[in-house]
Ligand binder design. Structure first.
Ligand SMILES: Nc1ncnc2c1ncn2[C@@H]1O[C@H](COP(=O)(O)OP(=O)(O)OP(=O)(O)O)[C@@H](O)[C@H]1O
Length: 257
């Protein structure tokens, strides 16, 4: 079933002081199926973050249609969970209270909130850290709380913008493995922005390579790798080949600019 439909999406920004406008996203059209994991990759400035924030309802668009489960996106909503690169936890609340706060804000019954928050923290392996404040957690742990929080209210669509970009290499790989196992268990629909092609191949069902000036989807790759994905997945010849193909596609687009 179709989860997200985007048709002829166009976004412009004012170009400096003149009345001209720069087209950042140009007639983008695609659909994402329920339970699909899709990554957006492409050169810096091709419009990945802009596209994600329009889907999140955090930015307006000029033209085109965006629908989640057949309903127009008109602004932010609890049907879409968002995880960004920077940890957006509330520093004055514990890990558990950060998750509970999101559940309260999205209207969960008060009696269920405590249990639900702990269940989500357990899912990301943080049940022992529930009473810690963000300042007492490592970067990877903070990002796990942010993922637990985004998953807690069961969004139809999870939107992730470079969520592991600020982490060290080992923590990043651990977070990829955690995310893929959570995704395999919860059957989420995810749109994931990353600069890291290896990360995109490891996590995704499909990879959209975007081109710039104006931003558009240039090539769509299917990722025919078996699941569950494990550390050994990286060594499969198909993995290595696909990674090279996607990188080549981004590079050729940069050369053509
Ligand atoms: N508020 C804004 N006003 C004007 N131009 C903007 C604004 N936000 C983004 N842009 C421009 O839109 C283009 C796309 O930006 P965006 O951040 O979406 O790209 P990106 O692919 O996510 O880049 P990166 O990979 O570097 O994060 C860039 O050229 C950027 O300069």
């Amino acid at each position: 079933m179709e989860k997200l439909l985007i048709r002829d999406l166009t976004k412009t920004f004012p170009a400096g002081r003149s009345s001209d406008r720069i087209t950042v996203l140009d007639h983008i059209s695609f659909t994402i199926r329920e339970n699909e994991f899709v990554s957006l990759v492409g050169a810096s400035g091709c419009g990945k973050s802009t596209l994600l924030s329009i889907i999140a309802g955090l930015q307006t668009h000029d033209d085109g249609d965006l629908k989640v489960d057949g309903s127009d996106i008109l602004g932010p909503g609890a049907d879409r969970g968002v995880v960004f690169q920077s940890y957006t936890l509330l520093p004055w609340l514990t890990a558990r209270k950060n998750v509970e706060f999101a559940l309260q804000a999205t209207g969960y019954p008060a009696a269920d909130i405590g249990d639900l928050a702990m269940t989500q923290l357990k899912l990301v392996g943080l049940e022992g850290f529930a009473e810690r404040y963000p300042a007492q957690l490592s970067g990877g742990m903070k990002q796990r709380v942010a993922i637990a929080r985004a998953l807690s209210y069961k969004p139809k669509l999870l939107l992730m913008d470079e969520p592991f970009g600020a982490l060290d290499a080992l923590t990043r790989v651990q977070m990829q493995e955690l995310l893929t196992s959570v995704w395999e268990r919860e059957r989420l629909t995810v749109i994931f922005v990353t600069h890291d092609v290896e990360e995109a191949v490891f996590l995704s069902d499909r990879i959209f390579v975007m081109a710039s000036n104006p931003g558009r989807v240039k090539t769509v790759y299917d990722v025919p790798l078996p699941r569950p994905r494990t550390p050994d997945t990286h060594r499969l010849p198909e993995f290595v080949e696909l990674q090279a193909d996607v990188l080549g596609s981004i590079r050729s687009e940069m050369r053509d600019r």
